[in-house]
Design a protein around this ligand. Structure first.
Ligand code: FES
Length: 575
């Protein structure tokens, strides 16, 4: 759009600026709050979509941060309206927050569309909230800025730093092996989550917050600020001022979310050693923005971009250290020769302008490209007869001997079967076995739970084994690690080849060749397929039934078919 918007061009003008019976109702109801015409007249109405809730400690501060955002909006001459949305607290929501990512996307889109909103502030951070909010805002199409919740402070136990998730998995295994006491375990429980904010390893939350920033959707450096740092409320105030300008300039997301912006984001993801979950979310976000993107692009970029952020689970440090090292602006600055710096961002400036002057202050936390943590990127995409549509692995987080491996399968039909067997002292398993978990996919889980880091069988844990090759159609937490092959597509629940694996079948994996192979003849696989009985539906009614009817596979971004297809939704009529 050429030039700045005028007040009568605002979307909210249809609700508030005209003179008819309905607009009388809208204005009189605003006056019911104690507002005056001066509060809203001729001003952009900014919807603050806030995923604060009392069960999500990652977002505990977003209630007060919304006030910082409002301050900025008011200073810039906007009218703020806070609209709560579902919080998707990763630790509490069952069976999996992934079941509800699209629900949040729908809620965000429809909250924005159905109300007199001119621009949106999206407040989130806990894993699925970032893609959910962004997907909804993309489909709505009005200017939007994303405010990352930011990581919590480092965990601490006996003077050692503790990382969310990663150190829980690590010390649980040590407890199983009898190497730490019950009292140690309680102390770790007390020390691992020291403040509000998201998980502070390079898990899915930190990955997605950084990806949103790299896409140009948040203020420069915002994603690295620890939630408890006073820089965070200051950033919120600036974001409030920024969104008002974005509305007047009609800086809509389609001007920011280009193919180059997504390439930039994937490159940043690889350099950070980001979560495998990002593949699903970034594909879903790109396709919502009308940009074709598939898993192969991640693999191509992973061969080009090394891991340079030394952050757990692939590295040593935590997000607080990453912030002190210069944060995402510094990491992007290191990558600048590989990025399209001309991409537009929410500031109205380019990515290149936003990182101007950025420096790395702690060289062991953010390495130069010439001395990476891991020579290739975070994610490898494998294909073969076991995963015709692909699967993913995070080689940097695995024992390197498993990157080329051949071993017999130990197959589990579902999570409960696996959980029972894994505890058995007489389980017929060796460190060479390949653990296979079925029915953990989008429909089968349901909701593709983070079960992909299958526990090492107790018998082997006691013998000192800490990594094995594991394959599933589920996901794994971004805080997890190990030789885990994930997102096998198509999933076993709908008859993907994983459904036909039997204990004793030989599985071969060659990450360098990007190959995964089940050494069973085509005739035998056809026999097993013919004998296969599809499992019963997980849901007969409600949201679960709708989810099952419309959810896509992992390689497709797990979006609903009806959310990515069709003409844009029209503005609501006001009668
Ligand atoms: Fe919320 Fe990890 S539990 S980000």
């Amino acid at each position: 759009m050429a030039g700045r918007k005028r007040p009568e061009d605002l979307r909210s003008h249809r609700w508030l600026g005209v003179s008819d019976l309905r607009s009388f109702g809208h204005r009189s109801r605003l006056r019911q709050f104690g507002y005056d015409a001066d509060d809203w007249q001729g001003k952009p109405v900014i919807g603050i979509i806030n995923t604060w809730s009392e069960i999500n400690a990652c977002h505990a501060h977003l209630r007060s941060r919304a006030e910082n955002v409002k301050r900025g909006i008011l200073q810039a001459g906007g009218f703020p309206v806070e609209l709560p949305a579902m919080s998707l607290a990763e630790p509490f929501v069952k069976p999996s927050t992934m079941l509800y990512r699209n629900f949040l996307a729908m809620e965000t889109e429809e909250l924005l569309r159905s109300h007199p909103i001119d621009g949106a502030v999206l407040m989130g951070g806990c894993d699925k909230t970032t893609p959910g909010l962004v997907m909804g805002a993309i489909s709505m199409g009005i200017p939007a800025i994303y405010i990352p919740a930011g990581p919590m402070l480092r965990g601490n136990w006996h003077g050692e730093f503790l990382g969310s998730g990663s150190d829980a998995w690590k010390y649980w295994t040590e407890k199983q092996a009898g190497n730490i006491t019950e009292n140690d375990w309680t102390e770790i429980e007390n020390g691992i989550s020291r403040s509000f904010g998201t998980c502070m390893v390079m898990g899915t939350a930190a990955t997605m917050m950084a990806i949103a920033e790299a896409l140009g959707l948040s203020l420069p450096g915002a994603s690295s600020i620890p939630a408890a740092d006073s820089n965070h409320p200051r950033m919120c105030g600036v974001a409030g001022r920024c969104i008002v300008e974005m509305v007047w300039d009609d800086l809509t997301l389609d001007r920011i979310l280009t193919k180059s912006a997504f390439d930039n984001a994937i490159k940043v993801h690889m350099a950070m050693g980001g979560s495998t979950n990002a593949i699903i979310h970034v594909i879903a976000m790109a396709r919502r923005a009308g940009i074709p993107l598939d898993m192969q692009r991640f693999d191509d970029i992973s061969r080009e971009i090394p891991v340079i952020a030394n952050v757990r689970p692939s590295g040593k440090y935590l997000m607080e250290d990453f912030f002190y090292a210069g944060g995402l602006r510094a990491l992007i600055h290191e990558l600048k020769g590989k990025l399209d710096l001309s991409c537009l961002t929410v500031t109205g400036k380019t990515l290149g302008e936003n990182i101007s002057g950025a420096e790395v202050y702690l060289r062991d936390v953010i390495h130069p490209l010439s001395d990476p943590i891991y020579a290739e990127g975070a994610t490898a995409v494998l294909t073969g007869n076991l995963a015709p549509n692909g699967c993913v692995m995070k080689p940097a987080a695995a024992e390197q001997r498993f990157l080329k491996h051949r071993g017999p399968a130990l197959a589990f039909e579902d999570y409960n079967h696996m959980a029972r067997e894994i505890e058995r002292d007489d389980l017929d398993v060796t460190p060479n076995h390949v653990l296979v978990l079925k029915n953990a996919g989008p429909k089968g889980g349901p909701g593709m739970p983070e079960w992909g880091m299958l526990p090492i069988p107790k018998k082997l844990v006691k013998a000192g084994v800490r990594d094995m090759l594991r394959i599933s159609d589920g996901r794994m937490s971004g805080t997890s690690y190990g030789a885990c092959i994930l997102h096998v597509a198509p999933e076993s629940y709908i008859g993907g080849p994983l459904a036909f694996v039997k204990t004793g079948d030989v599985i071969e994996v060659d990450v360098a060749a990007r190959r995964i192979h089940l050494s069973v003849s085509g005739e035998e696989l056809a026999r097993r397929r013919a004998a296969w009985v599809a499992p019963a539906p997980r849901y007969e009614r409600g949201y679960g039934a709708m989810f099952a009817a419309h959810i896509g596979q992992a390689d497709d971004g797990c979006d609903f078919d009806f959310l990515k297809a069709g003409a844009p939704t029209a503005e609501p009529e006001i009668h």
